[in-house]
Design a protein around this ligand. Sequence first.
Ligand code: PGA
Length: 250
Amino acid sequence: MKKLIAGNWKMSGTIDTAKKLIADIVNGIHEEPDLAEKCDFLVCPPFLHIYAARHAIQTVDTVMLGGQDCFLKDNGAHTGDVSARMLVDSGCKYVILGHSERRGFHNESSVFISRKVKMAHEQGLIAIVCVGETEEDRDEGEQEEVVALQLRESLPDTVTAENTVIAYEPVWAIGTGKTALPQDVKDMHAFIRKQLGRRVDNPEKMKILYGGSMKPENAADLLATPNVDGGLIGGASLKASEFLGIARAA
Ligand code: PGA
């Protein structure tokens, strides 16, 4: 399976830095055609930068675009929200849903997230559904239970191996410089694959990304782990050299 190297730009940068970052990534890929043979590239800029990023590059084929969230309705009186349809209209193919920063700061429950995932599917977007345990969950040895419940409740009945990607992001590894131990990543990804077998006919075809302090120095090991089909990258996706360095490590 081709690796998916996905950048989550979160709430960073300006229109100008977004245009430059995506242009630098596209130029880097054109200079090293090997990278695009091994990996698919996706960046998820802040909503207000998506359109600018799209127009800063010749084609969105080299680097695909995604949103960082969408609402569960496709139109109407929802102040401050952005719909899946709007993301499609802006050139997006993907949307990140259920990131731990949304589960935490915005109190999003898995059941609420599943309604958004369903709307994303209805609009033809591929949903990247994030799951992951907190440090306390892991200390208690409850990581599998927590992730199984998040998967069960966050995935609607529209889920297929083609319209959904899972991102396993241990909450304690996000933005902290700590990464999960290779054995833990291996175990959790195998566990997720098994859980997906209850939901789709061909779980081996669904991509499962690892996220949490991935960088060029640790990417080779993480991306060589069985059932790790790519990365969801925060901090290191804000520099073209690091983002491409992760792809090179794949
Ligand atoms: P990080 O973020 O790479 O900065 O840890 C990953 C994410 O939150 O998706």
